[in-house]
Design a protein. Structure first.
Length: 133
């Protein structure tokens, strides 16, 4: 698991999972870090993620989440975010649904990847995580 976290950190990718049937959400450590949220003070949710999205892009991403939740339509969208400290970054957000044979969608999952802003060169991050520096 620590190797997976090192790769997520190095590449600037966070993952999320929403269990619709049990109304629970999980974010990886990297997801919290990308959004500059404190895992002890912030509860993971679609609403918390959307609140970070630039106002002029929020409705489109919200529509994407509705489509994946209701119809299982996957999405891939680039959005501008402002984390808790107000740092502006650009990320790609992906969403997918797990659909049961009867058509129910019990689970939505995806990722958030930093493409510009406060990220460090992924190759440098990976080299640092491998050497421990």
């Amino acid at each position: 698991l620590s190797s997976l976290e090192a790769v997520q950190d190095a590449l600037g990718i966070g993952f999320y999972s929403f269990d619709i049937e049990n109304n629970t959400a999980l974010w990886t450590k990297a997801m919290y870090e990308i959004l500059d949220f404190d895992a002890k003070r912030h509860t993971p949710s679609v609403e918390a993620l959307l609140a970070c999205v630039a106002e002029d892009e929020r409705a489109a991403l919200s529509d994407d989440f509705q489509a994946v939740l209701e119809r299982g339509v996957p999405f891939h969208r680039t959005v501008r975010l402002a984390g808790a400290a107000g740092v502006q970054i650009t990320c790609t957000c992906l969403g997918r649904a797990r659909t049961e044979d009867d058509g129910r969608i019990p689970h939505v999952y995806g990722s958030l990847r930093v493409v510009s802003g406060n990220e460090v060169d992924p190759a440098l991050n990976l080299a640092q995580s491998e050497t421990g520096s």
